[in-house]
Every structure is written in C-alpha cells, then in structure tokens.
Design a protein around this ligand. Sequence first.
Ligand code: AMP
Length: 149
Amino acid sequence: MSLLQDRQLTEISIDELMIPSEKVAHVQINNPLEHALLVLVKSGYAAVPVLDASYKYVGIIGKTVILDQMLGLENFEIEKLSEMKVKEVIDRNIPTLTRDCTLLEGLNAVIDHTFVCLVDKDGFFDGILTRRAILKEIKKNIYINSYKK
Ligand code: AMP
C-alpha cells in the first residue's frame, strides 16, 4: 500500500519513511579517521553521520574525503589516518530535517544528497532519510495512479 495513495505529498511526514537512529551506522567526532574508514568500509556506505559524545548531530563524513587525506606525493600514506580526527574533515554544511517535515520537504533535501540526517528540537540525532526511500514511495504512487487509468 502506498502512503501517497490517498494523501497529498505535503500531508505525509518523514517519520513514515525514515531509518531510525538505532539502525544507522555512525562515527563520533573525536574518532580517528582510521576508525571512520573502517566503519565506512565494513558497512559498505559511502558516508555516515557524525555525532558528538552526547549523540547530537554534527555533520557527515564520507570515504572520498578520507582517501583524499591519505594521499601523499607518490602513494597513499595510511598512517596519516591515525593522526587525524573526524572533526578535522567533517562536512557540516548538509541540511537537516525533523521527523515531522513533509515528504515534499524531504524530496527537496535529497535532490543534492543521497541521504540527509534528522534531528530533534534539541539537536539530538533522530535518524536518516535516504533518496532511495523517497523515490520508492513516489514510484509506488506512479504505478498505482497508472493502474487507476
Ligand atoms: P541507500 O539509498 O540505501 O543506498 O543509502 C544511501 C546512503 O545513505 C548510503 O550510501 C549511506 O551513506 C546512507 N545510509 C543508508 N542507510 C544507512 C545506515 N543504516 N547507516 C548509515 N548510513 C546509511
């Protein structure tokens, strides 16, 4: 059953599509880059949220920026990763949403990002919304509407 079937895009809230925080892989701001790369490789994700020690959202870290830090003049210098921390390369400019935002607001946010983080009113990490979840919901609705015709 599509959530969009009987409702408008603006009526559906993101909490029906989000991945809750307990199911999301993350790293902490003071972790060494070595640990962040391990989490990214083991989880298979291109990027994951970064949280502080109290589980407040801070930003996102991805594989590319870590590999970039490893680049020496002629080869990869993996030892650099134990000397640097996540907070030195974190991307803090990705927009966040709250779980009561609408699917339409979610759609706008994931145009430029494969996922965005959700925070509560105090800034605590609440989960993520992926582009995949939004597209799947819209696709279901397109199919349902085409069968109705
Ligand atoms: P997907 O649409 O499932 O391919 O996810 C897109 C991106 O969202 C992934 O590459 C990750 O960066 C992030 N992501 C999705 N699910 C999770 C998760 N459970 N934990 C951490 N990051 C995730």
